[in-house]
Write a protein that binds this ligand. Sequence first.
Ligand code: ZN
Length: 181
Amino acid sequence: MKKNILKIAITSLTILLISSGTLMAQHNHGGQGNGENAQNHTHHPPHGGQMKEAGKYHIEMVVDLFLKKDRLTFYLFKGKLKPVVNEEITGIITIEYKDGSTVTDTLRAGGDNYFVAQLEKPEPFTCIVNFQVKGKLVSGVFTHPGLEIKTGGVYTCPMHPEIKKESPGTCPKCGMTLEKQ
Ligand SMILES: [Zn+2]
């Protein structure tokens, strides 16, 4: 009986490995060669943040730089970037600032599918995010140059106000020229 279970486990693991390998190959094939690190994952962050791979999960960190809320937002995805809903998750963040001070805080659910933490200083920082997803630990480490890089204003799309850039350019969604706010 035990042997059978082991056999099934090994078989499913093999299938899992094969399918994830296929997935990666497909993904690399579809990549646009935009100079991302080879060891970094090539998934495009859905909210324009930083993306880290954590086993079968992905964590995206978005810093609300231009909204000046000093807020860190985290999204958790599973598989092909499917958002994981908040009810299944708790999270803790440890932020280490450039001056060496460290703050540990609980991530607060900010909506159906994201978490928020407060940035206390505009300095560069490194943070470790630990999610508990159904008793399993899902971690990501992020670094950010901090909020001091604010310069020159905000450029936004007339049709897509959610697009905010710190330099002139075109909207990634519709191609319109960004306007200074
Ligand atoms: Zn647009």
